[in-house]
Design a binder for this molecule. Structure first.
Ligand code: ATP
Ligand code: MG
Length: 234
């Protein structure tokens, strides 16, 4: 599985500070959970990593609950992540998903859709929130993550974003423990201002960076920019 001919073992965001906080990137074949509230940066971060992977020659697929293909490309362009060439070359595929209508079947359909992309190196799901909220049985969500882990075992790198607030603590804890990497995004008070932060809760094989917190901004024409915050550590 996987079409990239190179030997690179990690997916990089190609943002020096972010990549170093993430312990040198997300290992190829890992499952990453990105958590955060509305507007905390789940989409921007996952788009940044998607773009970094494309730059390194990986093939990618993005399942989005937010955008059409053209609006996604336009939105990414605004933060200096130009994916048009990759879309035209087939290196990047974007699939809008209509999870609100799928009800209890949402996670099953989604897992099947991911399987249909199994030759892709990196697959991003942004976001899974609607599907989780629509699914009454937690075991179905856990089953979805088990299937994700099977795809990863075959070489796919998977990123799933979720707004964890509407999800039970018990389920979120289970999902975290199933993932190789866990990134938590927050909007918090830092002195007089509100800043966005990224906490690297874990990245497999990168224990030294665990717990690192970095502040960042999202600026048009710039994308994610790491900024100093007073509570930064790690
Ligand atoms: N193209 C852009 N230009 C400038 N700022 C942007 C752009 N896209 C997103 N942002 C800003 O970046 C921040 C993070 O947005 P993002 O869409 O990544 O959040 P999110 O966690 O995905 O939210 P949601 O749960 O609503 O999907 C927001 O403050 C948003 O206004
Ligand atoms: Mg989003």
């Amino acid at each position: 599985m996987g079409t990239a001919q190179h030997t690179q073992t990690a997916i990089l965001a190609h943002n020096l500070e972010l990549d170093s906080k993430m312990g040198g990137g997300l290992p190829v074949g890992s499952l990453t959970l990105i958590e955060g509230a509305n507007g905390s940066g789940k989409s921007v971060l996952s788009q940044q990593i998607l773009w970094g992977a494309l730059r390194d020659g990986f093939t990618t697929a993005l399942f989005t609950s937010e955008n059409s293909v053209s609006s996604m490309a336009t939105q990414m362009q605004k933060i200096d992540l130009d994916i048009l060439d990759y879309l035209l070359l087939g290196k990047c595929r974007i699939f809008p998903m209509a999870l609100s209508n799928a009800g209890e079947q949402a996670t099953i359909s989604l897992a099947n859709a991911i399987r249909s992309q199994q030759e892709r190196d990196l697959v991003v799901i942004d976001s899974l929130t609607q599907a989780v909220v629509n699914t009454r049985e937690n075991s179905k969500i856990v089953r979805f993550f088990e299937r994700c882990k099977e795809f990863c075992a075959n070489g796919m790198t998977l990123i799933v974003t979720i707004h964890s607030e509407p999800v039970s603590h018990e389920l979120v804890n289970t999902l975290r423990s199933m993932c190789d990497a866990n990134l938590k995004l927050r909007v918090e008070q830092d002195g007089q201002r509100m800043v966005k932060t990224l906490e690297v809760s874990k990245v497999r094989g990168a224990s030294s960076t665990t717990g690192a917190i970095v502040g960042f901004d999202v600026e048009p024409g710039w994308g994610m920019r790491v900024i100093p915050i007073s509570k930064a550590r790690g």
